[in-house]
Design a protein around this ligand. Structure first.
Ligand SMILES: Cc1ncc(C[n+]2csc(CCOP(=O)(O)OP(=O)(O)O)c2C)c(N)n1
Ligand SMILES: [Mg+2]
Length: 1005
């Protein structure tokens, strides 16, 4: 039976225009297939079919106005006659992810049960120690008899009761300053410690030698020894036992290495036979091919490094969003769940960066148990101690525990185990708790007798505890991060942990093994030159089998290929699937959408007005109908979907939420209601541009990290783009991210009322500095469509390692039909839009970009009608691209003085055109000034230099002197200056348009 398909609840909108009719009578449609698209002045929404069936009658055509209840079509076999409304919590069958049992490293066994808890340190406040002991004994007996979970249950009950009774409970954000995993619960490493120790020694040596050698060549080169020296064990245990490489059977763990520990990774790759002596000798000498980059830079070593990490704070946030994006891909069914992990190595100093801690809440909220942070707490950064008066490990523990992370502290090495076991009163733990980092740093710089006196000496009982130990024995009391057993146990526990991310806080010594030249002293970080004495000490400290002569020559050490060390090291990596780091991509291209997907945007919109932001959103909606492109689109929005008219996406493709939607949304009756879904496609990041940018980078590098080409489109307020997250944009370029950045509501005068902090007049200049960023400032829908399609083709079909920055505006106007043959010009950066050749003797070349092109067009009309001045109007889609071409051409000409001079594209466009040039944009003059050298003509630029402010567009354009009246007046003045018209003409116009000559230049206002 035929039933009506009618407009469901579309919120406050009434009389909304039908802009697309997507079906015709006789079409078979499935439930939820779009029937028509309707558009208000803010956004467009597709109306889906409420059921499957055959379309019988169409009741509307393009241009019709509809409201809630209007009948759109009739459908045969329809089961539901009114608005479609999905149950919010339901997940579609097709979207069910491919769930595979997680693979684990073969060596892993479950963590043993914690047997005993530790006695409380004696307290002065303890008025009845016997009673205290009884409580502790009771707890121990519950643990022994009924297990840890029963004990936890009872404690929770007691705590609940204490809160009910109004007790002030102790702050439990931190635990005592001891290892989280007690010795009896440690899973032992299966490795051969003797061989591993040797391998580690060679890697340490080679890493240091590489830096020292480079600085012998030139002290300009720099480098760090102390950082890797402190972290060597942390990396080695991972490399030998945990980190699984990408291969044809497994997607690979992803490791974010601490940037300035890079020499250690090169040193290992050297032993693995992946890097040569010549390459090590080329550390930090990259201009000639074959050198090694200072830090992890995928751009410079594209087959080696995966993640640029050295700008402190970017590694942690990018790592978190990487882990989140992997879960997103799994939940959307695009990759298998193989139990892959993201490991992020960080320095304790790096944790000062707001970005480092800024996203840890998200990691816990989204239960990213595929994420492991390892923070190397060597209690030092560049200048000195991190928290000399406090304890960084405790501070970080509090922050991470507070947000719900699994925290594993690896503070003390195995040599402490016996002492701690003997510490029946808890006095040793008390002493450990009370010492601050400044003291701990000094303990490791000043030797065993100093530790005896200053650490143990404070309490006679502790002095007694170590009375049979020599100073050497005391000195040997190691830190957890240097003990491969403790590190192994921690990594093992982290791998097993489920339900939350893990952070390992490992205590180490900066410059470990460097002795007087840099062990635990404040200048360690900068130490890059070791003299002979220091080198000999370092060799002896780790037993590297090099002769004195070899040490003096700073030779690298590599045992023979058939030595047990090399065989062991290679065997370990073979078992873990290959080498790390390594950057590869086996992703398949995405075929660019056919031209007809964008056909509608090539036509004139007639009287209908819309913004380029809205046009872009319509293009994305069209792309979602392309079956190649649709599943790969990753729309990313920082809480601005409604600002950009994208709320229709909520229902259509859902918002990604790892737990689905646990509530009925407040607007559930409406068509574009807020729909969260486990397989949702939109990444709604909240007010979080750094996180959104990190998501965009994760999605845009998916082609290498997951061998899956994705098309991320991150849409943001253009002012909160490059200006806010410029360093991430730089890292995105280094990472060879492919995707679109859309600076929406752009322009200094186009986003009118929002004022100084919102109005963007310079983002294009910021983007122009990123070498592989291609940027555009289009005016018309067809320009946007040509650019978007070309971008998909270049990045995702041809796999060019570039990314796009496109500005989109919120000013509504009608869009003309695409002039014939302008595609090439749109992409190159400019094309002739219109010629006024009918009236005048004089001519002007008018260049405009973004919305200001429309002021230019109006000015051209006035010039023609009122002043008899002809003009050529050029739409400049990208001053940045024109500049790149200009620079290249100029350079070629300078390098080839004997050859026929080449012409830049700008020159080719303008050379046969008469008259000076006026270039105007909604950006600072430097934007259009970029092409001045290549025009070979008199050139005047108009722009929006100065702070923005809130007002109407008209007033703002007048203020910044980019409105049609100023363009006319300045044009006449320029023509007069070129002696093409009389100066009086210009003077008259200035007067006529009431232009105040005495007004200050806008930068001073
Ligand atoms: C954003 C940023 N600011 C400053 C630096 C310079 N810098 C490099 S390493 C370093 C100290 C790092 O200390 P920490 O994180 O504790 O690492 P460690 O070497 O001690 O392991 C500094 C300040 C940087 N790389 N990035
Ligand atoms: Mg440090």
């Amino acid at each position: 039976m035929a039933q009506n398909i009618s407009v469901p609840d579309i919120g406050d909108f009434k009389d909304v225009e039908v802009i697309e009719v997507l079906v015709k009578p006789g079409d078979k449609v499935n439930k939820n297939d779009p029937i028509v698209t309707i558009e208000s002045d803010k956004s467009s929404i597709e109306i889906p079919s409420p059921s499957s069936g055959e379309i019988k009658d169409l009741k509307v055509k393009i241009g019709d106005k509809v409201s809630e209840g209007s009948v759109l079509a009739t459908i045969e076999n329809s089961q539901v006659a009114s608005a479609p409304k999905e149950e919010p919590k339901k997940e579609s069958k097709e979207s069910k992810p491919v769930i595979e049992k997680s693979k684990t490293n073969g060596n892993l066994t479950p963590v043993k049960q914690v047997k005993k808890n530790f006695a409380e340190p004696a307290s002065k406040d303890d008025i009845d120690p016997i009673e205290t002991n009884e409580w502790i004994e009771s707890l121990n007996s519950v643990i022994d008899n009924d297990g840890a979970s029963r004990a936890s249950y009872l404690l929770n009950k007691v705590i609940d009761q204490a809160y009910k009774s109004g007790l002030v409970l102790p702050d439990t954000r931190t635990t005592p300053y001891i290892n989280t995993i007690p010795p009896e619960a440690e899973v032992k490493s299966p490795g051969d410690q003797n061989i591993e120790k040797k391998i580690r020694a060679y890697i340490r040596w080679n890493a240091a030698a590489m830096v020292v050698k480079a600085n012998k060549k030139s002290s300009e080169l720099g480098g760090h020894i102390g950082t890797f020296a402190s972290a060597a064990t942390l990396y080695d245990v991972g490399m030998n036992h945990f980190w699984r490489a990408k291969n044809n059977k497994f997607g690979g763990d992803l490791i974010y290495f601490q940037g300035h520990s890079a020499p250690g990774m090169y040193a290992r790759a050297f032993l693995e036979g992946r890097l040569s002596v010549k390459q090590l000798d080329g550390f930090r000498q990259e201009v000639n091919k074959g050198g090694l980059s200072s830090y992890p830079h995928p751009w410079l070593m594209p087959n080696f490094w995966q993640f640029p990490t050295v700008s402190m704070g970017l590694g942690p946030i990018m790592g978190i969003y990487q882990a989140r994006f992997l879960k997103y891909l799994i939940n959307r069914g695009l990759v298998k769940d193989e139990g892959r992990k993201i490991w992020v190595f960080l320095g304790d100093g790096e944790m000062d960066e707001p970005e480092s801690l800024g996203a840890i809440g998200l990691a816990a909220r989204e239960k990213l148990d595929n994420l492991i942070f390892v923070i190397n707490c060597n209690l030092q950064r560049l200048d000195g101690p991190v928290r000399g008066n406090g304890k960084i490990i405790q501070e970080l523990e509090g922050s991470f525990r507070g947000t719900g992370w699994n925290v594993i502290k690896v503070i003390w090495g195995s040599y402490w185990d016996q002492l701690l076991a003997k510490d029946k009163t808890g006095l040793l733990v008390k002493r450990m708790n009370e010492c601050v980092d400044g003291e701990y740093q000094a303990f490791k710089a000043k030797g065993g007798s100093y530790v005896r006196e200053k650490f143990f000496g404070k309490y006679p009982e502790l002095k007694e505890l170590i009375s049979s130990m020599t100073d050497k024995d005391i000195w040997r009391l190691n830190r957890g991060g240097h003990d491969p057993h403790k590190v192994y146990a921690a990594y093992h526990a982290a791998m097993q942990h489920k339900g939350s991310p893990t952070v390992i806080l490992a205590k180490t010594i900066k410059g470990y093994g460097m002795g007087k030249s840099g062990e635990s002293i404040n200048t360690t970080h900068q130490q890059k030159k070791l003299d002979e004495k220091d080198l000999l000490y370092y060799r002896d400290r780790f037993g590297v089998p090099l002769t004195d002569k070899q040490v003096k020559n700073i030779e690298y050490y590599k045992p023979k290929e058939d030595s047990e060390e090399i065989k062991y090291l290679k065997d370990k990596r073979l078992k873990l699937g290959g080498f790390i780091p390594e950057r590869t991509s086996f992703a398949r291209q995405i075929k660019a959408p056919p031209k007809d997907i964008f056909e509608a945007f090539m036509k004139s919109t007639g009287k209908k007005e819309m913004s380029t932001t809205m046009a872009l959103v319509r293009m994305l909606t069209a792309l979602l109908r392309d079956k190649n492109v649709s599943p790969r689109l990753v729309p990313i929005i920082p809480d601005e979907a409604r600002t950009f008219g994208m709320e229709g996406f909520f229902q259509k493709i859902g918002i990604y939420a790892h737990e689905g939607q646990k509530y009925e949304p407040v607007d559930s009756e409406q068509l574009s209601s807020y729909r969260e879904d486990k397989s949702g496609q939109v990444l709604e990041e909240g007010i979080n541009e750094s996180g959104a940018m990190s998501s965009w980078i994760a999605a845009g590098t998916s082609y290498t990290n997951h061998d899956l080409e994705m098309i991320p489109i991150y849409i943001f307020y253009s002012m909160f783009g490059f200006q806010r997250v410029g360093d991430l944009a730089w890292a995105a370029g280094d990472s060879q991210t492919r995707g679109f950045l859309i600076g929406a509501t752009a322009g200094r005068t186009t986003l009118a009322g929002e004022g100084l902090q919102h109005q963007d007049g310079h983002s294009h200049l910021l983007s122009s500095n990123i070498p592989n960023c291609v940027s555009y400032d289009p005016t018309f829908a067809y320009e946007m469509a040509v650019i978007l399609r070309d971008g998909i083709k270049r990045m995702h079909e041809k796999k060019e390692n570039i990314f796009y920055y496109i500005t989109a505006m919120n000013e509504n106007y009608s869009h003309p039909e695409k002039p014939k043959g302008c595609e090439d010009g749109i992409i190159k950066g400019m094309y002739l839009l219109r010629e006024n050749n009918n009236k005048g003797k004089t001519k002007i070349q008018l260049l405009g970009s973004g919305t200001i092109l429309r002021e230019v067009m109006s000015a051209a009309e006035i010039l023609s009608k009122e002043y008899g001045v002809d003009s050529d109007i050029w739409s400049v889609t990208s001053f940045n691209e024109l500049r790149k071409d200009g620079m290249k051409t100029e350079r070629w000409n300078l390098l080839n003085p004997n050859e026929k001079r080449r012409k830049s594209y700008v020159e080719k466009c303008l050379e046969k055109r008469d008259g000076p040039i006026i270039a105007a944009s909604d950006y600072t003059r430097s934007f259009s000034d970029q092409i001045r050298p290549y025009t070979q003509k008199a050139f005047y630029s108009l722009g929006t230099d100065g702070y923005g402010r809130s007002d109407t567009r008209k007033n703002l354009r007048k203020f910044f002197e980019v409105d049609k009246e100023h363009i006319v007046a300045y044009t006449l003045s320029a023509l007069a200056k070129e002696q093409l018209i009389a100066t009086t003409e210009a003077e008259k116009a200035i007067k006529k348009f009431k232009i105040d000559k005495n007004k200050e230049f806008p930068t001073n206002l």
